[in-house]
Ligand binder design. Structure first.
Ligand SMILES: Nc1ncnc2c1ncn2[C@@H]1O[C@H](COP(=O)(O)OP(=O)(O)OP(=O)(O)O)[C@@H](O)[C@H]1O
Ligand SMILES: C[C@@](O)(CCOP(=O)(O)O)CC(=O)O
Length: 198
């Protein structure tokens, strides 16, 4: 049931997309449009990588960027994360939204990967939730550094949201800048409408 008493967030924008589809690129642009004072980026992988880095003595900053370093540990991070999600599907959703930025009216969840991620926010925030799928052709993703990895790109982490989800918005991010801007114009309008409604 949606928690309708809370004052914030006024909008929760749940992003999903394949590796190198451009989730971080698009969500960074959206946050700049909405204003960093009004909009917080929340990475579900943030608390996961933070705890994983501590337990394995790794460089968190490098796990958080778009580098090859994180790809080295991706498979084991997926396994490690799923052990915790199997006990509590909303575990990382809850951790990722407990931050000082949670006081801002707009939350952007940058990296939903499982149906339980999307359902967590839909159940908790109802019509304030907007689900967004970022799509890019495989050829474009390859040019951005994606390499098909068995156990990753054919597993739930990358395929869990391929079917069975009705997206509120689909953003095509194949590199055509003006088309991306038009799509972001429409999404920004939808978010501002939710901000204005409450
Ligand atoms: N429309 C675009 N124009 C130019 N560069 C882009 C565009 N979209 C993505 N990129 C670049 O492609 C690379 C991958 O993008 P990004 O990191 O946002 O993907 P992602 O979906 O977050 O990937 P991952 O799941 O691996 O973190 C980055 O270097 C990013 O700057
Ligand atoms: C382990 C994992 O969180 C890594 C995500 O890394 P990134 O968002 O692609 O940078 C993916 C998952 O949780 O299945």
């Amino acid at each position: 049931m949606a928690d309708i008493d809370a004052e914030v967030p006024l909008a929760v924008v749940i992003f999903s997309g394949k590796r190198k589809s451009g989730k971080d690129f698009v969500t960074d642009l959206l946050q700049r449009r909405l204003g960093e004072d009004k909009c917080e980026l929340m990475r579900l992988s943030g608390p996961l990588k933070s705890q994983y880095a501590k337990e394995h003595g790794l460089d968190l900053e490098r796990l958080l960027d778009a580098s090859e370093y994180k790809e080295t540990y991706r498979l084991d991070m997926i396994r490690w994360g799923e052990e915790r999600r199997n006990q509590d599907p909303g575990y990382f959703c809850c951790l990722a939204t407990r931050c000082p930025g949670a006081q801002k009216p707009v939350w952007i969840i940058t990296d939903a990967r499982r149906k339980t991620d999307v359902q967590y926010f839909r159940d908790k925030y109802g019509t304030r939730a907007i689900s967004v799928r970022v799509e890019a052709q495989e050829e474009v993703r390859r040019k951005r550094g994606w390499v098909f990895t068995s156990g990753v790109d054919d597993a739930e982490s990358e395929c869990g949201l391929d079917e069975g989800v009705t997206w509120d918005v689909i953003i095509t991010n194949d590199g055509e800048h003006s088309h991306l801007m038009e799509q972001l114009d429409q999404l920004e309008h939808s978010i501002r409408e939710k901000q204005g409604k409450q």
